[in-house]
Design a protein around this ligand. Sequence first.
Ligand SMILES: Cc1cc2nc3c(=O)[nH]c(=O)nc-3n(C[C@H](O)[C@H](O)[C@H](O)COP(=O)(O)OP(=O)(O)OC[C@H]3O[C@@H](n4cnc5c(N)ncnc54)[C@H](O)[C@@H]3O)c2cc1C
Length: 361
Amino acid sequence: MKVTVVGAGLVGLAVAWRLAQRGVSVVVVDERRAGAASRVGAGLLIPAGGRVSRHQLALKGRSAELYPHFIGELEEETGLDCQFRDVDTLTVALEPGAQNALSGMSGCLRGLGIEHELLDKQQCREREPGLGPEVGGGYLTADRSVNPEALLKALREACSSCSVEFLSEAAGAVSRSSVTLRSGGVVECDRVVVAAGAWIEELLKLPVYPVKGEVVLLEWSKPLVYHHLCVQRESLYLVPRGESTLVVGATEEEVGFDVASGWQRSLIERADRLVPGVGQLKILESRVGFRPKVGDGLPLLGEYQGVVVAGGHYRNGILLTPVTAELISAYLLEGEISKFMRPFLPDRDLRDRRTWGREKK
Ligand SMILES: Cc1cc2nc3c(=O)[nH]c(=O)nc-3n(C[C@H](O)[C@H](O)[C@H](O)COP(=O)(O)OP(=O)(O)OC[C@H]3O[C@@H](n4cnc5c(N)ncnc54)[C@H](O)[C@@H]3O)c2cc1C
């Protein structure tokens, strides 16, 4: 069997790797677009993060379950460290109204069966002594993170050692068994997988659109926080990465494919209020990426007009990488649509809820 995958983000590479491991001849086409999400993501692997439906929780839970083996295999094959770590997440609520916010959230987590430990202001400070005075309480969940850049590198290397072929080209059109390149060539194959992130709509009539996110990478000589630190009801988190880096994120804007960064100062100021001292750290860089989203915020997994789609992972693509590779490869090789995949088939009702660019339509 020959498969062409469009997109070499985490999703496309993981699918390519799983297929190639099972003897499929795989070509990956990628144009290395600015704003590809995978390199920019914070790398939080939090199954309980955000508002989740039962199906979504099951999908996230399955992927979280697959992660240790997925990383173990990848690290063994490549000898690379993906910086996959067990790190608890401390989600804090800010005063005023912290207690109400926390009891609401705790009820929600209980309903979803997610274990957590509620902490008052003092207990939060015992866990994270650097917290500023605005924090009124929080809750702790057992989580993990990975360095998405290291993961991308390892997946690319694992693909190469399974003889996956890479083409640095733009795909202009796709069909069940071919990809037409913008340069004019055609890649013939048995099946095509589109994993083109926020750009899927260029190739298929699916309303996937970009939700722009910016993160700032800071350097520290000694850690200021020890957990993943998230602020409830705010899009602010601090994620320690490796020995010397702190990732502060993330903005969320619907402004189309605009790669300009502009929120560095605001992110750092908000992080400094949460943990005084963050504002003094050396700035390494700002990164901008486009989260691929459809109206209901859920992934697209499965066949659409003869082409297999793996996309629309929005804020969870790093977490959902192993399960996506498992489901898409099982579908292509065995025709299996598992219970995890069925709720995310692309032929569901997909309303276009983007708020940007309507005047152009
Ligand atoms: C700021 C930010 C923080 C995030 N944090 C997290 C997090 O903590 N945890 C988490 O799980 N997720 C997180 N995410 C989400 C996650 O990064 C994405 O869901 C995931 O990376 C999407 O991967 P992908 O492979 O589908 O897309 P991408 O990584 O965008 O890859 C798509 C690829 O397709 C290529 N491409 C597109 N069109 C074409 C074409 N026509 N021809 C050739 N190539 C093409 C592009 O060049 C690109 O390489 C975050 C995202 C952002 C932006």
